[in-house]
Structure formats: structure tokens, C-alpha cells
Design a protein around this ligand. Structure first.
Ligand SMILES: Cc1cc2nc3c(=O)[nH]c(=O)nc-3n(C[C@H](O)[C@H](O)[C@H](O)COP(=O)(O)O)c2cc1C
Length: 325
């Protein structure tokens, strides 16, 4: 399939694996890129620019296809060495960066000068337009359904994607709630030129996370996510567990006086415990409503091939069958 997204990133299928903390290691990024999509290493999971450089080098040994790096500019407890990370990306010859969170404007000239294409993840039309205005090459439009940080507007993709299509000139992918060939065709119909998946890629053979995490996603339904940290305007969609229930109790009890310190046990430093150790109640971890559509743990290649075959069949058979003669 050829779209402006496949052309931009030099990939075969318009499918991107979104950055995911403690999931987006070289193994997963390479598997996605080898299967014809765009895999992304999650920059900040690597504690230093040197470690990111090593992970990029490792990914190169696993694939000769294009892959990228996610750089997230979110409120974190310590301020990461962003110039160092950018240098590691450029020096590592990476040609695709997914930025997320705060405005990436400051870093665009350096990245563009090095031939890096930048796709900025946005949860609103106004942020997408801003990304376009500052010179981003593409946007990943992340609807309210998404795992992770959906922003504060709560607009689901059935509205957000056509709104983005009406306003944007640069290409965009649909993100949030994407799982299969139906998602891809729907995304294309609504104006996107590809899709970005997070949660779906965790439940794959190659995702280098504990089996408990994959099993939890397969076991979950679309009813099992919760929004946390809304009172702090740092809303995150997570899978419900004991820690999340405790966190929500605290939010209810403390109301608007809640501070980050009050919930630090439930959110700080929990990712390695969940993703690497499989301690599923250790804290709040991002997961999309799309868990309700995930029933197996295929290889990344099986997943992507299946999506493309299903998408082709929907377009050529189901939709063509509805066409007026
Ligand atoms: C476990 C997990 C960790 C994530 N970590 C990040 C991150 O560090 N940076 C980022 O930009 N997005 C992160 N995301 C969001 C994904 O890149 C993607 O936008 C989102 O998962 C799309 O929604 P979906 O899960 O419904 O596919 C994360 C998502 C998940 C599920």
C-alpha cells in the first residue's frame, strides 16, 4: 500500500509502532521494521544518550530497514539530556523521529538538517495545526481511546480524524484504538494515511516484556481501562489494577488539592516492575481501550501481514461490493 506516510518514511506498509516506555526496545522496533512498518525505539527508556546510541546500534544489527526513535517531552521528575538524545539520534543515522508531549520546535532545525523526518503526536486539531505550522513532516493524531496520554479534550477518533483531515495539509496517521485491518481501512476512510499502534504491538511475540503483560492485555476487555491523573492535567489511560483503584480513591478523597507527591507510589518508577518483572499490580501502566480487540499474541510479521490482507479484502470485496453500479 502506498500513501504519503509510506513515501515519507520509506516503508512498505502504513503502520507505525508508537513509542512505548519499557516496551520500545530494539527487538520490537526491528521486528516492526522488518515486517514492513516503522518501528520506534523509545528514547527516554534509555537512561542516557550513550545507552540510546547503543540501542540504535543494536537495532541496526537486527534490521536493515528504516526505523525511528520516539522522543517524549512530558513532565518528568528529572529533566532528560535532550540535546544528548538528539545527537545520539543524528549520529546513529536514524531518519525518523516521533516526538510527543511538548512542542518540538526547538529541535526541528537540527533534525531536518540531518535529514530526519519528524512526526509529532498530537491529541487535538489545534496542536496538529501547530505541529504543521512549525514544520513537522507529519502528525500522529491520538484519539481519546488511546493508551497513554490522551490529553484533556476527550475527542474520540471518529470525530478527531475527519476534523484533522479537514484542517491539515501534511499527512497524518490515526493513533488510538487501532488493532486490525478494519482499523486501517477506517483510518484511511476518515482521512488518515496510515495508523499508529501501541497496545496491539505489546501483545506480540517479539515485544520484550514479561509474559504477564501480554496475558493481561489479552484478558482485558474494552471496559478495563481507567483515566488517572486528570486532576493534575496529565491524564493517562491505564489498565485497571489494584494500584489504579488506590490512585483513583486518592484522587476522589483529595480532590483539587491533590499533588504529584500524593500518588508517587502508584506512578513513579513502575514501568520496569511491570514490563520487565511482570509485577502487574506494581502501579499504573498505559493501555488502550483497544485491549478489547486483542485476543492473541502473534509474531509482529503475522500481525502486520494479517492487517494488510484484511485491509485489502475489506477494500476490494466488502467496500467494493457496496459501491453503486
Ligand atoms: C505501555 C505504553 C507506554 C507508552 N509510552 C509512551 C511514551 O513513552 N511516549 C509516547 O509518546 N507515547 C507512549 N505511549 C503511547 C503510544 O505511543 C501510542 O500513541 C498509543 O499507545 C496509541 O494508542 P493504542 O494503545 O490504542 O494503540 C505508550 C503507550 C503504551 C500502551
Amino acid at each position: 500500500m502506498k500513501t504519503r506516510i509510506t513515501e515519507l518514511f520509506g516503508i512498505q506498509h502504513p503502520i507505525i509502532q508508537g513509542g512505548m516506555h519499557y516496551v520500545g526496545f530494539a527487538e520490537l522496533a526491528a521486528a516492526v521494521s522488518n515486517a514492513g512498518g516503522l518501528g520506534l525505539i523509545t528514547g527516554l527508556t534509555q537512561k542516557t544518550p550513550e545507552l540510546l546510541a547503543n540501542e540504535i546500534a543494536k537495532c541496526r544489527t537486527l534490521t536493515d530497514k528504516p526505523f525511528g526513535v520516539n522522543l517524549t517531552f512530558l513532565p518528568t521528575l528529572s529533566s532528560p539530556d535532550y540535546p544528548g538524545y538528539i545527537k545520539a539520534i543524528i549520529d546513529g543515522g536514524v531518519k525518523a523521529v516521533e516526538t510527543a508531549g511538548n512542542n518540538p520546535q526547538k529541535w526541528l532545525p537540527m533534525l531536518h538538517e540531518a535529514g530526519v523526518k519528524v512526526i509529532h503526536k498530537c491529541t487535538s486539531v489545534r496542536h496538529s495545526l501547530k505541529a504543521q505550522a512549525i514544520g513537522c513532516d507529519a502528525v500522529s493524531v491520538d484519539g481519546f481511546e488511546c493508551g497513554g496520554h490522551p490529553g484533556e479534550d476527550d475527542i474520540p477518533n471518529f470525530i478527531l480524524l475527519p476534523r484533522a483531515a479537514d484542517e491539515l495539509r501534511i499527512p497524518f496517521v490515526a493513533s488510538g484504538g487501532m488493532a486490525d485491518g478494519r482499523s486501517l481501512v477506517a483510518a484511511l476512510a476518515l482521512g488518515a494515511e496510515g495508523m499508529n499502534m501501541g497496545t496491539r504491538f505489546i501483545a506480540t511475540q517479539e515485544a520484550p516484556v514479561h509474559q504477564n503483560v501480554k496475558d493481561a492485555i489479552v484478558a482485558a476487555s474494552e471496559l478495563d481501562t481507567r483515566l488517572v491523573m486528570r486532576p493534575l492535567r496529565n491524564t493517562e489511560r491505564v489498565l485497571r489494577n489494584e494500584a489504579v483503584d488506590r490512585l483513583l480513591e486518592k484522587e476522589k478523597a483529595l480532590g483539587t488539592s491533590i499533588k504529584f507527591d500524593d500518588i508517587i507510589d502508584e506512578v513513579a518508577g513502575v514501568y520496569p516492575k511491570i514490563m520487565l518483572d511482570g509485577t502487574m499490580d506494581a502501579g499504573a501502566w498505559s493501555c488502550g481501550m483497544v485491549a478489547g480487540l486483542i485476543h492473541d499474541i502473534p509474531t509482529v510479521k503475522e500481525l502486520i501481514d494479517r492487517i494488510m490482507v484484511e485491509a485489502d479484502a475489506i477494500i476490494a470485496q466488502r467496500l467494493a461490493g457496496f459501491a453503486r453500479v
